[in-house]
Design a protein around this ligand. Sequence first.
Ligand code: SF4
Ligand code: SF4
Length: 395
Amino acid sequence: MGGCEHHSPIGAAIGDCKLQNEKPKWVVRRADFDRLFPVLTNRGYEIIGPTIRESAIVYDKLSSVSQLPAGWSDEQEAGTYQLRRRGDQALFGYAVGPQSWKKLLHPPVLRLWSANRSQQGFHAETEEEPSPRFAFVGVRACELRAMGIQDRVFQQGAHTDKTYRARRSQAFIIAVNCGQAGGSCFCVSMNAGPKADSGFDLALTEILEGGRHDFVVEIGSELGAEVLRQLPCREATGEDIARADRIMAETSQSMGREMDTRGIKELFYNSLEHPRWDEVASRCLTCANCTMVCPTCFCTTVEDSTDLSGDHAQRWRKWDSCFTMDFSYIHGGSVRATARSRYRQWMTHKLATWIDQFGTSGCVGCGRCITWCPVGIDITEEVRAIRVGKTEGAN
Ligand code: SF4
Ligand code: SF4
């Protein structure tokens, strides 16, 4: 079979949906899914997707569907993460791993410029390498929301980040609606999942039942329609769509955690002296893991280096964190010298001041900061504790 059996309807679907407000969906069989990768590669994309490295599911460069974590899932709780075998061959049967797509759009380490001294003097060169064209395979709804949040930070403010903008604008995004929630997930509380509702080129719902293994596919862009046209597919029936909807409903009902976000901005603005900050500081190691794994945290520092001759210099940008002592260092000392003040800064920014700064919460409920905190500090539990404290009249 060549391209999609319903070649014309896919083309028409995008125009129709604007009028009908209901998009037709399509079904790609697992047996035909392998064709997706050559289609993307032939279009010049570098494919990035989930794969297993060092006992975790991470995002890395892929050349074949066989590198996806087929038959694997993850068990997550506060401070713990473990892979386990599934009873089927689901390609996307896990929640989210330690890495987010942030590492590709907002690189952890980036050389900003280098300078060399010659007899004519110093000559500085900025980094002008062509930007990679990524195809992201397996982006979860919470991660799409996180990208939208970082868009505001890097593209929609007074200053744009050209590295982020170039990578983001070219990225082809294949979302995957979550077929199961992780133990640390609370995207429903943050209104960020488990179903991807926008921001993708294609969105998949993986269906495994009764020997069937298919993907229900939703088109999110003209480019997505073009790619789908190159795959064997059929139009989804009402039963296919109902099954996909049931999966979403079941996932929504099985969130590992929840967070009460009512009045959360005011709650945190009124809790700056809450005794819970001392309690959490007694456990927090200020290791910065929570900020490194968070898909929305964006802080960086800048470091200059020179060689011993003094003829070559470079300026690097690196991820930093509000949990490091140096991050708030100004002459004379660090503004936030204690674990109490640093944890309070992080959480108050995430859940309160971010709203005033960028118009959204800084948290999408992915649960990574809970899973990857070495001492199991749980942001949902901390919100609960602060809320209860307020109810009991604590200041
Ligand atoms: S909350 Fe956990 S992950 Fe974050 S800095 Fe403290 S110990 Fe590290
Ligand atoms: S604060 Fe935690 S749960 Fe929220 S987006 Fe960041 S890592 Fe995910």
